[in-house]
Write a protein that binds this ligand. Structure first.
Ligand code: 4AD
Ligand code: MG
Length: 471
């Protein structure tokens, strides 16, 4: 059999509105066997999945096939096949069309004695050990398609709104968030570090100074916003946080829009439009995957997301949120008081119990937020905003930026940041300074929110967490 390049994705074969044109005609599909069932009537049923859709294509393989005994009867879960056949209306339940095979070529068998993904269900913990095989399961196929749709929506949304996609560096010398969670990048010999005056001599390092993996593209994003007007970044970010939670990764993907002449309310409205666009696209274009999440992962998730689309997001100041938490009568592990950082138990109470939906908190105490956020006239709070959603907590963090040079210099000094390290960032305030604002959305947290997947390790292909960088 020669390999043509005219095979059809199963998602199209399963879509009656597309596939009708192939009815009665010879077509070819390619994929992996999910199940095989042999019938006494002299044929076998194969369920084939090629990743293009949640559902499989049913293929009927008659024993008249030349390699029926030698190949078809040996097909096991995970084998890869190229199948030519005729598309027919299916008499069976559960599918409109099926394929009657005229030729089956096995490109790779999968030994049932050793192939880990047998029909029995595996826990997500177990599947993490098989991160190279788990995309072949229903759940991870669905997560992968949803993650793809969210990424695609991101580009569509920002492009439609006139934002330019820019690439910010992955290696950087400046700490955007100032939280001391950066991974060091070095080519210095770790067993023989050059020492000068009792300290590592970084002038001998690759970049001539200490360098790190970025925690955020924001500062460089601001540079471009202050020239292009509206920009967004979409790239990997790295944080050496030693927190083993279901919502933290050491490597995650962040989308960061930044817009000149935006103030906090513009920023909030942008975040709301963006989140709603992604939800709408997912419900519409990943309907079959979303039905699966609704049935097997988080009952009710589809209806909940639908409701989110219909209502404006609630807004609440940090100060009000603290009052609500104090009046809640709830016993929290971390006590609440004005000035304290909100913990995930507080965020979840606010979104899940009090608001029962997404909420945008704003005007946080300056002391718990980053140096670049614009200080309010009360001198105590900054123009920060966090978007919190049920099940996940913080999904977006953002702010209006401090555009006044003198105020920014004061804030940097108070945070122990050196002017000379940020000279270019400060120049944005020296030359044609503008009010501007932006935010960061954690892509993995968005996937969690939309799918209901509990653990962030299960919504990124190869999770990096403390003690784990396999694959
Ligand atoms: O709130 P964060 O730290 O904000 C920033 O980095 C700003 N520079 C963004 C900006 O204004 N341009 O992070 C933004 C989002 C969080 O809301 C969360 O969704 C996600 O990034 N995030 C993480 N996701 C997974 N693992 C981690 N360790 C994360 N840390 C933050
Ligand atoms: Mg944050």
């Amino acid at each position: 059999m020669t390999i043509s390049n005219e095979w059809i994705p199963i998602v199209q074969v399963r879509d009656a509105s597309i596939a009708t044109k192939w009815l009665g005609k010879a077509i070819e599909v390619r994929g992996w066997v999910r199940t095989r069932r042999d019938s006494k009537g002299g044929f076998s049923f194969l369920e084939i999945n090629d990743g293009s859709s949640f559902g499989n294509l049913q293929v009927v393989a008659p024993n008249a096939l030349a390699n029926y005994e030698s190949d078809v009867l040996n097909l096991s879960v995970g084998s890869s096949v190229i199948i030519k056949g005729v598309l027919k209306e299916s008499p069976g339940e559960g599918q409109s069309f099926e394929m009657e095979a005229t030729a089956i070529q096995v490109t790779g068998h999968a030994d049932p004695q050793t192939y880990p993904l047998q029909k029995k269900r595996h826990t997500f913990e177990k599947l993490r050990e098989w991160a190279h095989l788990r995309p072949r399961t229903n759940t991870f196929g669905a997560v992968t398609r949803v993650r793809n749709r969210l990424s695609y929506s991101t580009h569509q949304f920002f492009q439609d709104e006139g934002f330019f996609y820019i690439h910010t560096p992955i290696i950087t010398a400046s700490d955007c968030e100032g939280a001391g969670q950066m991974f060091r990048v070095t080519t210095l010999p770790l067993d023989k570090l050059p020492i000068k005056e009792g300290k590592v001599d970084s002038s001998q390092d690759f970049f001539g100074k200490p360098a790190f993996l970025t925690v955020s593209g924001q500062l460089e994003g601001e540079v471009y916003a202050c020239a292009m007007g509206k920009i967004y970044t979409f790239g990997p970010t790295f944080r050496a946080e030693n927190s083993n939670t279901t919502r933290h990764l050491a490597e995650f993907w962040m989308i960061e829009p930044e817009a000149a002449f935006y103030e906090l309310p513009d920023n909030m409205a942008l975040a709301e439009r963006y989140l709603k666009r992604m939800i709408r696209d997912c419900l519409q274009d990943c309907a079959e995957d979303m039905e699966f999440f609704d049935k097997m992962i988080q009952p009710g998730v589809v209806e909940t997301l639908q409701l989110v689309l219909d209502k404006p997001f609630e807004h609440m100041s940090y100060t009000k949120a603290v009052e609500v938490l104090l009046a809640s009568g709830q016993k929290f592990e971390y006590p609440v008081h004005w000035g304290a950082d909100l913990q995930s138990e507080h965020e979840r109470y606010l979104t899940e119990t009090y608001i029962k939906g997404p909420v945008i908190l704003y005007d946080y105490p300056a002391a718990i937020k980053s140096f670049y956020m614009r200080i309010n006239d009360d001198q105590k709070t900054v123009r920060a905003m966090d978007v919190l959603v049920p099940g996940v907590g913080e999904i977006i963090g953002g702010s209006q930026r401090e555009e006044r040079l003198d105020v920014l210099l004061e804030r940097m000094a108070a945070n122990g940041l050196k002017e000379e390290d940020y000279w270019w960032y400060l120049d944005l305030r020296r030359f044609g300074s503008v009010p501007h604002a932006g935010f960061g959305l954690g892509l993995e947290r968005m996937v969690q929110y939309v799918t209901g997947m509990v653990n962030i390790r299960d919504v990124i292909p190869f999770p990096r967490t403390p003690g784990n960088a396999e694959f």
